[in-house]
Design a protein around this ligand. Structure first.
Ligand code: SF4
Length: 344
C-alpha cells in the first residue's frame, strides 16, 4: 500500500469518526496544545479533560504559567501523577515567557526541559500547524500492527526505523489532521488490548490483522513482577493540624506536601523516641501503586500538645497545616488516601 493511501484512508476516517472537539484543538494557541500534550503523556484523555480546563483557567497563557511560583502550580497538577512533567512544563514556560515567543522549529522546542522528539513534533504539527511527525504509544502501536513489525521498539535501532516509517507516511498536507487522526485511531480503534479491527479503516491492508497478530503486537517485554516496598508515615496531630513536609524538588513527588515517610523501621522507632512521641493514637494502612513499585504505607498517628508545635516543626523542617489546607496546596494521591484512611 502506498504512503498516499495510508494517509488518505486515515484522514477520510478521521473526518467522520475522529475527535474534533477537544478543548486544546485550537488553531491559534500553541500553549494549550503544549499543556495538553504534557498532560496526555501517560494519562488518558478522559482524565486529562478534568484537569485541563481548571489548569487553563488558572494559567490562561504561557506568561501566566511562566511567572507563577511552583507552589501556585502544584495544586493544579496534584492527582495527575508524574510530577516531573509539571515541573518541566513550569520551567519551560518560564523560559518561553522570558523569550516572549514560542520556539519555531522542532529542534528549538526540544531544547526546552521535558520536550522530546515526539512532543516537539506534536507542537510543530498541532500547536503551530506546520509540518511535524509524532511517535507516541498510539503511533507505535498502529504502525507496528499495520506493518506486522515484531521488533523490540525499546531498542534504539528499531525505534529509529519506526521514526523513518512514520516520517514517510506523514503527509505535508493536512498535517495536523493526520497527527490527530493517528492518535485518535490508536486511542479509539487500534487500542492496546482489544483492537476494533472491524471498524478500522486500515483493516483490508493491515498485516497484523491478516496474520491474527493484532493482540501480540507491538512487541512487549515479559513483565517483571513489581516489587513491593513498605514504609511508615509519621502523622503528628496537634489542634486539628498535622505536621507536613514539602518534599525536595527532585525525586518522587518532588515539591509536593507529604507527611514524613521513613522506609527503615529502626530509623522510624529512633525518630519517634528522639521526638518524644510515645503513645500511638491510631494506625492506618494504604497501598499505592506506581509503575515501578508498590508502596505499602502505614501511618502511625500521635497527638502532641500545642506547646510542642514549634519545636517539632523545627526538628522535622515541617509546617502545621490542616488536611483541608494542605490538600488545596497540592498533595499526592497516596496522601489523600491516607487522609481518608485515618480517623482522627
Ligand atoms: S486492523 Fe486492527 S490491528 Fe490493524 S490497524 Fe486496524 S485496529 Fe489496528
Amino acid at each position: 500500500m502506498s504512503q498516499f493511501s495510508f494517509a488518505t484512508a486515515l484522514l477520510s476516517w478521521f473526518d467522520v469518526h475522529g475527535r474534533h472537539d477537544l478543548p486544546w484543538q485550537v488553531a491559534d494557541d500553541p500553549y494549550k496544545v503544549w499543556v495538553s500534550e504534557i498532560m496526555l503523556q501517560q494519562t488518558q484523555v478522559k482524565t486529562v479533560l478534568q484537569y485541563f480546563e481548571r489548569f487553563i483557567q488558572r494559567f490562561p497563557t504561557v506568561k501566566d504559567l511562566g511567572h507563577a511560583s511552583w507552589d501556585d502550580v502544584a495544586p493544579y497538577w496534584a492527582g495527575l501523577g508524574y510530577y516531573a512533567r509539571a515541573r518541566n512544563l513550569h520551567k519551560a514556560a518560564g523560559i518561553v515567557a522570558r523569550q516572549a515567543h514560542f520556539p519555531a522549529t522542532r529542534e528549538a522546542w526540544m531544547e526546552l526541559p521535558g520536550i522530546g522528539p515526539s512532543t516537539a513534533g506534536a507542537l510543530m504539527s498541532l500547536g503551530l500547524r506546520q509540518y511535524g511527525v509524532i511517535m507516541d504509544g498510539n503511533v507505535k502501536r498502529v504502525l507496528a500492527r499495520f506493518f506486522a513489525i515484531e521488533d523490540d521498539l525499546s531498542k534504539p535501532v528499531h525505534e529509529r526505523a519506526m521514526w523513518q516509517l512514520a516520517e514517510q507516511l506523514c503527509p505535508t498536507e493536512r498535517n495536523h489532521d493526520y497527527t490527530q487522526a493517528i492518535m485518535d485511531l490508536g486511542a479509539t480503534i487500534c487500542t492496546p488490548k482489544k483492537p476494533l479491527c472491524l471498524y478500522c479503516p486500515m483493516q483490508a491492508h493491515c498485516k497484523a490483522h491478516q496474520q491474527g497478530l493484532e493482540t501480540e503486537l507491538p512487541f512487549k517485554k515479559a513483565k517483571k513482577p513489581v516489587p513491593v516496598k513498605s514504609a511508615q508515615v509519621l502523622l503528628i496531630q496537634s489542634e486539628q493540624q498535622w505536621l507536613w513536609q514539602q518534599r525536595p524538588n527532585s525525586g518522587l513527588w518532588g515539591g509536593l506536601w507529604c507527611l514524613p515517610i521513613i522506609e527503615d523501621p529502626t530509623e522510624f522507632t529512633a525518630l519517634c523516641q528522639s521526638l518524644g512521641l510515645k503513645k500511638v493514637l491510631q494506625r492506618a494502612e494504604i497501598t499505592h501503586s506506581f509503575t515501578h513499585f508498590t508502596w505499602q504505607l502505614e501511618a502511625v498517628c500521635f497527638e502532641v500538645e500545642a506547646d510542642q508545635q514549634e519545636h517539632l516543626a523545627i526538628e522535622l523542617s515541617g509546617s502545621w497545616l490542616s488536611p483541608e489546607t494542605v490538600t488545596s496546596m497540592g498533595i499526592p494521591t497516596a496522601m489523600k488516601k491516607l487522609i481518608s484512611a485515618v480517623n482522627l
